[in-house]
Design a protein around this ligand. Structure first.
Ligand SMILES: Nc1ncnc2c1ncn2[C@@H]1O[C@H](COP(=O)(O)OP(=O)(O)OP(=O)(O)O)[C@@H](O)[C@H]1O
Ligand SMILES: [Mg+2]
Length: 229
C-alpha cells in the first residue's frame, strides 16, 4: 500500500503525468502546445495567453503543468504560479499582488513566468475585469493560462485575450494507457481483468480511471500483504 521508494501511501497526485507525451488523448491540444514549446525553444517566442476548457478530470491542469515544465525547464520551480480556486483570489490580492508581479521582469534565468488560474470560471467578475489589462500588455514577462469547465462563465474580453484549446473525454485505447501508466506507480499489479473493468467504468474521464486504480490498489493491498506474510 506504500510507495516503495518513500514508504508513504500512494496518492492520486502520484498518477499525474509530468510530461506532455504522457497525456493521453487531447491530441490536437498537445500538438498545439508542442508547437508553442518549440517556438519558445528555437524562436525565443513568448507564447500567447491560453484558455483550456472542457469537462472536469480530462487533463487541463495536467497540461498546464506539463507545458510550463517544458517551456520553463528548471525555472518551473520559481516561475510557475498555480492559483487554485481554494487560494485567495480576491480583488485585493489580484490587484495588489498578482497584477504588479505580472509586470515585473521574469526571474533572472527564466524566459517569462506563467500564472495558471485553475477554475477561472469561478473568478469574480470584478477580478476578471481587473486582470484584462495585465493580460493584454504584452510586456513579455508573464503568460496567463486559464482553465475552466464552462466557457460561458468567463467574460468575453478574457476569452478574446487567449488562444482557446478544447479538452474532451478520451477513447478506450487512450484510457487503457492512462490505467497502465497509473498502475506502473503501484508496487504490485492489479488483478487480471481490472484494467478493462476500469477502462469501461471511467466513461472517458481519466480522473475517474486513476481514482479507480487507487481504489482497486487499496482493496487489493491488504489481501496481497496477507498473502505475502
Ligand atoms: N489526458 C490525460 N492523460 C493522462 N492522465 C490524465 C489525463 N487527464 C487527467 N488525467 C489524470 O487525472 C488527474 C486529474 O486531471 P486534471 O487535474 O488535469 O483534470 P482537469 O481537467 O484539470 O479537471 P478540473 O476541471 O476538475 O480542474 C490527473 O492527475 C491525471 O492523473
Ligand atoms: Mg484542473
Amino acid at each position: 500500500m506504500a510507495d516503495a521508494s518513500t514508504s508513504r501511501p500512494i496518492q492520486l497526485e502520484d498518477f499525474r503525468p509530468v510530461r506532455l507525451e504522457e497525456i493521453q488523448g487531447q491530441d490536437q491540444v498537445v500538438a498545439r502546445l508542442r508547437q508553442l514549446a518549440e517556438g519558445v525553444r528555437t524562436g525565443r517566442i513568448v507564447p500567447p495567453n491560453l484558455l483550456f476548457h472542457g469537462p472536469p478530470g480530462v487533463g487541463k491542469t495536467t497540461a498546464a503543468r506539463a507545458f510550463a515544465r517544458e517551456v520553463l525547464g528548471p525555472d518551473f520551480l520559481n516561475s510557475y504560479y498555480q492559483l487554485r480556486a481554494s487560494d485567495d483570489r480576491s480583488l485585493s490580492v489580484v490587484t495588489k499582488g498578482i497584477i504588479p508581479l505580472s509586470r515585473r521582469p521574469p526571474s533572472r534565468t527564466a524566459p517569462f513566468r506563467i500564472f495558471f488560474f485553475d477554475e477561472a470560471d469561478s473568478l469574480e467578475p470584478a477580478v476578471q475585469s481587473a486582470l484584462r489589462p495585465a493580460m493584454e500588455e504584452g510586456t513579455g514577462s508573464t503568460v496567463f493560462i486559464l482553465a475552466c469547465n464552462e466557457l460561458g462563465l468567463l467574460s468575453e474580453p478574457m476569452q478574446s485575450r487567449c488562444i482557446t484549446l478544447a479538452f474532451t473525454p478520451i477513447g478506450p485505447a487512450e484510457m487503457r494507457q492512462v490505467v497502465l501508466q497509473a498502475m506502473a506507480h503501484l508496487p504490485a499489479p492489479l488483478p487480471p481483468g481490472t484494467v478493462e473493468l476500469i477502462v469501461d467504468r471511467a466513461r472517458g474521464i481519466p480522473r475517474n480511471a486513476v481514482k479507480l486504480v487507487l481504489e482497486a490498489h487499496a482493496l487489493a493491498g491488504p489481501a496481497l500483504e496477507a498473502y505475502e506474510s
